[in-house]
Design a protein around this ligand. Structure first.
Ligand SMILES: Nc1nc2c(c(=O)[nH]1)N[C@H]1C(S)=C(S)[C@@H](COP(=O)(O)OP(=O)(O)OC[C@H]3O[C@@H](n4cnc5c(=O)[nH]c(N)nc54)[C@H](O)[C@@H]3O)O[C@H]1N2
Ligand SMILES: Nc1nc2c(c(=O)[nH]1)N[C@H]1C(S)=C(S)[C@@H](COP(=O)(O)OP(=O)(O)OC[C@H]3O[C@@H](n4cnc5c(=O)[nH]c(N)nc54)[C@H](O)[C@@H]3O)O[C@H]1N2
Ligand code: SF4
Ligand SMILES: [Mo]
Length: 677
């Protein structure tokens, strides 16, 4: 038993389990066995006691009266949300009976696990589950909804998810937040940037929306959605033309700068201004500031890569720091994601050897609606955990149609009766991460942390580990790997050079431990040449232009407005959008509209509008002003469909896949709107 559980009152170190780069160290206050308060742990080396309001108010979610306590069986129509309580043994027997039958009749690939990072714990999110589904022989899921286009693009240039050390950015003199709403989504990077600003740094924000982050910038640069590649190429054009490049760096650490120099000649500022909407003089000003200031740091966000051309966009921006030799300066360079530094032994943890058929099909999670409706041979069963596809996946009308199939046997394991769970045949209650043992590796800072159970499981809820072990037993699987405990799995995962000398015991005693992180350019990069690839032969082989190239967004139909529907400050994806307290903080969803478009559409501030396109529709109020460019509309938050505020925004978003990584294209959709009389 965890030592924390034996003490009914006390303060216990914990880690935020949400899908957020900051991965804060927390102090959980417990009284009489219940969490009464959550605050930041000042001892965490990077997050230093600061946390967001969402998690400060997390007890409201953990003890939300709507939280699931018991397994449920559906009694009404799919999607309706009528269920009755059943026992765990009935739930497990029902699932195993159905799956054994499906495996016999249609083969194991007729079963599809569908998951994401509602809990970032390595064992919960991509450990025990992988072992189980490998053994089962289920179809595999391509986990591409979040950052895969950008990750692939960045990898072509830099070899993997390796950027600079966040703590070093206090030394930066120029910080560009590029397509990231960091005030909401990476608040500790903002704290570091504010420190740098006290030392004289300037902060630039390049975004399609002047949101919280744009408002704190020294210079906000509005840009047309999906055109950032052209802006970066325009900057390169000026840097080369005005001899502002670091040629000895380029010579030693990069491949292809001469080809790039020729190539960017065609991206003259006049042409780039026409593409991006950024005035010519601003392109010059930006390029010159970037060329003159060192160290300079670019925080590359997820926003720019949720587009048809998102992979190429990140690949292109990632070339910029090399042009001025920034990677050798403390606080110079970029961060897209730093997950590479804390990569663990995934084979040990996930045990792909348990999967007999190495050709098992792979389903892209971004097209789950289409897959449920059209995949052949069909998917007959879906097991959803750690995600809420009815709300978060694109083109959600299709997703809901797929989930509504009478011949689809769906199981959802979650803490709440989410929109997705309402379509389930069986719902299993999940513990929160504060009830589990797991380890966490940030994709921004360099620390690994341990979560030990602070409270007993809520009601009859069970962790992912327990659920997959019970299912293994029920299925009659005997492999030892399916029954190992958390400490054993953690030690197997940490058997990796990044974690030399770190094991479960050390995580218990130290709680926050730094991975074995080496400076980025101290050895060869993981690109084919070992250098920064401005010209990439590998891209050419993979069917892309070998040099950074601007490709316009796909035609998304004859609608006048580009819709950018991103995260909400008070939610974490759809998490918290079903908790009254957090809804009260977020108030209501609004559509930000430029004054010109509002006039053109005949709407005034606060009016309710219907937004639609060929995929679906939803409703919300308009907020009119100059925070978005004409031709662009923005809304924030993955609200539950059933909340009064709006129908799901993803009814409108495209399920096309991006240029790289089969990534999502949430922000490349077009819409129109009209006033509701
Ligand atoms: N509060 C809160 N924090 C979160 C989340 C949340 O839901 N709420 N979600 C978490 C997750 S899973 C992720 S992936 C991250 C995402 O967080 P971020 O990396 O910040 O990504 P987004 O918020 O999706 O988009 C960032 C910005 O890109 C802008 N943008 C969209 N298209 C373009 C474009 O073409 N060009 C430019 N320059 N800008 C563009 C958007 O207006 C937005 O301000 O946040 C994590 N943190
Ligand atoms: N329009 C639009 N759509 C988007 C985005 C956008 O910017 N705009 N962002 C996209 C991005 S970047 C992402 S990452 C996705 C993410 O979307 P999701 O991965 O679906 O994230 P959440 O909505 O937070 O849902 C996580 C679910 O996991 C549950 N959960 C938490 N802990 C556990 C656990 O330990 N076990 C189990 N079984 N369940 C648990 C939570 O209760 C919650 O219901 O959304 C994508 N969708
Ligand atoms: S959501 Fe992000 S900022 Fe908030 S506590 Fe968790 S890791 Fe920290
Ligand atoms: Mo994400």
């Amino acid at each position: 038993m965890s030592s924390f559980l034996t003490q009914s009152t006390g303060v216990f170190p914990s880690v935020c389990s949400l899908d957020c780069p900051d991965q804060c160290g927390l102090l959980v206050h417990k009284q009489d066995g219940k969490i009464i308060k959550i605050e930041g742990d000042p001892n965490h080396p990077v997050t230093k006691g600061n946390i967001c309001n969402k998690v400060r108010n997390l007890p409201e979610r953990i003890y939300d009266p709507n939280r699931l306590q018991f397994p449920l069986k559906r009694t009404g129509e799919k999607g309706e949300g009528t269920f009755e309580r059943i026992s765990w043994s009935e739930a497990l027997e029902t699932i195993a009976f159905k799956w054994k039958e499906l495996i016999r009749i249609a083969g194991p690939e007729s079963i599809l696990p569908y998951s994401f990072y509602g809990n970032m714990g390595r064992i919960a999110a991509e450990g025990i589950d992988r072992r189980f589904f490998h053994k089962l022989g289920a179809s595999r899921l391509e986990h591409s909804i979040c950052s895969s286009a950008g990750a692939v693009g960045y990898r072509y240039t830099m070899g993997g998810s390796f950027g600079i050390h966040p703590e070093d950015t206090v030394h930066s003199k120029l910080i560009i937040f590029w397509g990231i709403n960091a005030v909401s989504t990476n608040m500790h990077q903002v704290i570091l940037a504010q420190k740098a600003r006290k030392n004289g740094a300037k902060i630039i924000v390049i975004d399609v929306h002047k949101n919280q982050t744009g408002k704190m910038a020294d210079w906000f640069i509005p840009i047309k959605p999906g055109t950032d590649t052209a802006l970066a190429l325009g900057m390169m054009h000026i840097l080369f033309a005005e001899n502002r490049t670091d040629n000895s760096f380029l010579e030693q650490y990069t491949v292809g700068y001469k080809e790039l120099r020729e190539h960017v000649l065609s991206y003259d500022p006049q042409r780039v201004a026409a593409i991006t909407g950024v005035p010519e003089e601003d392109i010059y000003k930006l390029a010159r500031m970037y060329g003159q200031t060192s160290p300079s740091f670019i925080r590359i966000g997820n926003g720019i890569q949720h587009h048809d051309n998102g992979g190429m966009c990140v690949r292109t921006i990632a070339c910029l720091p090399a042009l001025t030799g920034q990677w050798l300066q403390k606080g110079g360079g970029a961060i897209k994601g730093n997950g590479g530094y804390l990569a663990h032994h995934t084979q040990n943890l996930q045990r792909p050897d348990l999967l007999e058929n190495k050709n098992t099909r792979m389903i892209n999670m971004n097209v789950i609606g289409k897959a449920l409706l059209e995949e052949n041979p069909p998917i007959h069963s879906l097991f959803v955990y750690g995600t809420n596809p009815a709300v978060v996946a694109p083109n959600s009308e299709k997703v809901r149609q797929g989930l509504a199939r009478e011949d689809l046997f769906t199981v959802v394991h979650d803490l709440f009766l989410t929109e997705t769970a309402k379509y389930a045949d069986i719902v299993l209650p999940s513990t929160s991460s504060y009830e589990n043992t797991d380890f966490y590796t940030s994709y921004w800072h360099h620390y690994i942390q341990l979560q030990q159970p602070v409270i007993e499981p809520y009601g009859e809820s069970k962790s992912n580990v327990e659920v997959f072990q019970l299912l293994s037993k029920e299925m009659g699987f005997e492999d030892q790997a399916l029954y190992e405990n958390e400490a054993e799995m953690i030690n197997q995962a940490l058997d990796h050079p990044n974690f030399e000398g770190i094991d479960f015991e050390r995580l218990i005693s130290e709680h926050y431990v730094k991975g074995n992180v080496k400076p980025l350019l101290s050895g060869k990069l993981l690109t084919p040449s070992g250098k920064i690839e401005l010209y990439s032969k590998k891209m050419e082989k993979d069917g892309y232009p070998p040099l950074p190239t601007y490709v316009p967004l796909e035609n998304d139909g004859d609608f006048p407005l580009q819709l950018v529907a991103g995260p909400n400050h008070h939610f974490l994806n759809s998490t918290f959008s079903n908790n009254d307290y957090h809804i009260s903080l977020a108030k209501e969803s609004v559509l930000h509209v430029n004054t010109k478009d509002a006039t053109h559409h005949g709407v005034v501030e606060g009016e309710l509008v219907r937004i639609w396109n060929h995929r679906g529709e939803c409703r919300m109020k308009v907020s009119i002003g100059e925070n978005v460019l004409p031709g662009v509309v923005v809304t924030q938050g993955l609200w539950s469909n059933s909340s009064d505020h709006q129908q799901g925004i993803n009814s409108l978003t495209p399920d096309r896949v991006a240029d790289m990584g089969n990534g999502a294209t949430f922000f490349s959709g077009k819409v129109d709107f009209e006033k509701i009389e």
